[in-house]
Design a binder for this molecule. Structure first.
Ligand code: UT7
Length: 330
């Protein structure tokens, strides 16, 4: 049977500090009722403390991942860290993580595709497994969104949170693993969701910092419109082209950006609520972290052979869907 890349372990890390809607009410002009109704979010986690970055969470997540699978760090061939909030512009956070955990034989890189990062990462990783080049690839998806969020902007600060997940991918010749993947991007969407300064296009100056240009800029309504259509379309498309009906799908693993976008996607796929992973109320939008954190939380309920559709939409624009046949039980 064709060699595929199967997820063989999953782990996650969430910081302890909870930023609730009630606390946000004291920070910006908003209300618990508005946030809950318009997004479904009740609280999000924030990584507090000095000199802590994405790597702080990723190291915890990956160390736990290896322990769960019972393998040593030197067995990892490749580390892909999907994020828009790396520790630094360079070196890659993947290098920092590999050094910290002792993954001496691995190479790695960071992959930036915003909320679709984990889908891009899994698809990339699976090419290295399917080709026979690598046997153990770690894909990390996580973001410390609090490092680029303006806590005076009520349209964005209510949405995002910090968190990180990680999966291990290994070869599988029994028909389980990543079965299909559809990835898309459209750079014209940049105007609606971006960070204005801090990169090579507009390097940091006192003026850019003063103008608060190092924070996420989002035109929510426009992004919502694109997200709701494209995430639903691509999820339906991957089902159709693989002949999957709603009955065949055990779980939708959707990006957690807005409960209304999740509901629209599930509706389009003809899926009942009971088949949809939703934890947005607890963690908000952790960007590249949402999908692996869902897998981590639902891991004990997944059965060998379950058909999962992972689906996301985000900055870029980037979006896509992946069909995974789950490779282990319990
Ligand atoms: O994951 C990356 C991709 N991102 C997304 O998928 C996010 C997509 N967008 C969204 O989820 C939604 O557009 C938001 C949650 C960001 C906003 O919800 P909305 O229903 O689209 O609200 P809106 O932007 O149309 O604003 C409606 C009203 C406005 O007031 P007026 O102009 O009608 O008087 C806003 O000023 O709600 C106001 N508003 C708020 N009110 C209370 C905006 N933010 C808030 C707030 N609290 N936090």
């Amino acid at each position: 049977m064709k060699m595929r890349a199967a997820i063989t372990a999953v782990n996650g890390y969430l910081p302890e500090f909870r930023l609730t809607n009630q606390v946000l009410e004291t920070m910006v002009e908003t209300s618990d009722a508005w946030i809950t109704e318009r997004t479904g979010i009740q609280e999000r986690r924030i990584l507090t403390g000095k000199d802590k970055g994405l790597s702080t969470m990723a190291i915890e997540a990956v160390n736990g991942l290896l322990k769960k699978r019972g393998i040593g760090p030197e067995e990892i061939d490749l580390m892909i860290v999907c994020t828009v909030t790396p520790d630094r512009v360079f070196p890659a956070t993947a290098n920092i993580v590999c050094d910290a955990i002792g993954a001496k034989n691995a190479w790695g890189f960071d992959l930036g595709a915003a909320c679709s990062g984990f889908l891009y990462g899994i698809t990339t990783a699976s090419q290295f497994i399917e080709s026979g080049k690598h046997k153990k690839v770690v894909v990390v998806g996580g973001d410390k969104m609090s490092s680029i969020i303006d806590y005076e902007d009520r349209t964005t600060c209510i949405i995002f949170g910090d968190g990180c997940g990680a999966v291990l991918l290994e070869p599988n010749e029994e028909g389980f693993g990543v079965m299909d993947s559809i990835l898309r991007s459209d750079g014209s969407g940049c105007q609606y969701l971006h960070q204005k300064a801090g990169g090579s296009w507009r390097p940091a100056t006192e003026r850019t910092v003063e103008a608060r240009q190092h924070y996420v800029y989002q035109e929510g309504k426009a992004v919502f419109k694109f997200a709701v259509t494209n995430m639903a379309d691509v999820s339906a498309e991957i089902m159709e082209r693989n002949g999957l009906t709603a009955d065949d799908v055990a779980w939708l693993v959707p990006h957690q950006a807005n409960k209304r976008i999740i509901d629209a996607t599930a509706n389009r796929m003809g899926l009942d609520d009971s088949k949809v992973m939703v934890n947005i109320q607890k963690f908000g939008n952790t960007t590249s972290g949402t999908l692996p954190l869902c897998l981590w939380e639902w891991e004990n309920r997944l059965k060998k052979g379950d058909n999962l559709i992972l689906s996301a939409f985000g900055g870029g624009f980037t979006w896509g869907a992946i069909w995974v046949k789950w490779a282990y039980g319990g």
